[in-house]
Design a protein around this ligand. Sequence first.
Ligand code: AMP
Length: 609
Amino acid sequence: MTNSPATPARLVVGIDLGTTNSLAAVRAGKGARVLRDQDGEPLIPSVVCFAPDGQTHVGRTAKALRLTHPDRTVFSIKRLIGRSAREIGEEKQRLPYTVVAGERDLPRVQIGDRNWTPEEISSLILQKVKATAEQALGQVVREAVVTVPAWFDDAQRQATKDAATLAGLDCLRILNEPTAAALAYGIDGTRDGTALVYDLGGGTFDVSILRIEDGVFRVLSTAGDTHLGGDDFDELLAQRILRTLPTTSDPYVLQAVRAAAESLKIRLSDAETAELQLDLGERSAGHLSTSLTVTRSEFEAAIAPLVQRTLDCVQRAVKDAGLRLDQISDIVLVGGSTRVPLVRARLQAMTGKVPHTGVDPDLAVALGAAIQADVLAGNDRSLLLLDVIPLSLGLETLGGAVQKLILRNSTIPTSVTEEFSTGVDNQTAVDLTIYQGERELSKDCRLLGHFKLRGIPPLPAGLPRIAVTFLVDADGVLRVTAREQRTGAQASIQIVPSFGLTREEVRRMMFESIENAQADYVAREQIDVRNKAEAMVRGTQKAMLLAELPPDQTYAVQKALKALAKLLVANANAETLKHGCDELTKVTATIADDVISSAVTKALREEER
Ligand code: AMP
């Protein structure tokens, strides 16, 4: 008898597709390990250079070419992915390469006479990550979990997924970066709590508050600054170095000073003082060299206002989550700049908690993604990990109200089905318009898309039964399907909104919904009462055609009916309309067991379906 070989574990890698650097990791034992290139380097700069000789370079070589080919070297593509050209207007100004508006107002990076989509450029980075992982593992990689910031909207998530597909990767899940970081620190959902994830990288700062409950990770709030990070610390030190040199705009000198500043900064994370000897050789301004010593306290004094800005964001995120600082159970550090001692000290002083520092902050997101990847691969069934959708999803109903089918913070994947009907007799098609947001009226929500369901049998209003299903898959992609139950006529749409939402907008939408709760309630009630009154008028009119009533009762019903119809024409307020409905109900209800009340009730019931 022979032992049957163990089933090889399914390989799914975790990928941190970063603004500055990207990397992959795989599950190893209880934790995970990063996958390094031949030089032992785990970080792949998220940079692509389309050299004039037609060669495409990705990663470290591309980064090195940035100085000689600034207009052909693409970095920070994550700032553009899944967004419209209109939205990235300001971002565009900061980039040395050319970004133009393409089809459907989507941005394109123009290199020579070729235009590249952000998805294509991201896919080149992912291909490099994939190849590095394959070399490290000695096997082909086909499946991955890719991380994105918690505030990425559906369009940005879908575009990231598309980039993975283009790179030949099946992206099993788009995972929130703070959730991944928490996982890397062993916060695996087995213990309930609230984690603050502080992510300070080279160019961006994000803070997220996570609630971990029954194995489910929910992002309670996010805050941050898309242009704040270690690069700003470097800039302050670079200015200090430049003050010791003759004034120059030589890009080589500026770049070398920048690199020297970063090295000084990194050394100051471990030492109280750092020395710099910089020899820039013969330049147009003559032989340039300098030497200086910087103390940690000097450096800290310079960066203190920037660190304070991050702390202000932390305060805001905690407040937005409806929490106090003392209710945070864990503080998780992500991003290379959290190695700066002042950052840790200030964060600790403010929160009164020692941040977790056991995991390399550059690698935490990829390591967590690898843990989640392994769970999805089915190799580890001890952990269930779910994410949530940030804003409610709903359908526009009569009068411009929005009926929410999937509520904000629902864990994904999720699916909800509700039944709707027509509002007009013999209607054979209905328009379905999908909105995102917390407000009651469609005009205050974000339009996601619309489609038409045709082939509805011509029936009186309220009789067709249309089942509408909202399904959000594990990647946050929404599919809406409408099906007429009698005929089976069906139509559906997959929402990939062409306009992304900025984090500020998500926050604004949440804030506005709270601010306007009272006014929205009143407006919504007005629409609901109006819909009800219209249905009553229609139902009673129909019933009157069938009913044979004594003249005095006919007169009473007609009078109440006319009064209500008049109120509708006059656009009366909810209170008055309600009163009109009550009056009509009174005269129809007094006719005990009469055809009218049963016909009206029936008609109403059908309208309400
Ligand atoms: P990330 O975007 O997470 O890769 O972070 C990159 C940033 O972390 C860059 O600004 C680096 O200069 C910075 N960084 C890396 N290591 C250190 C360190 N030991 N001390 C201070 N900053 C660091």
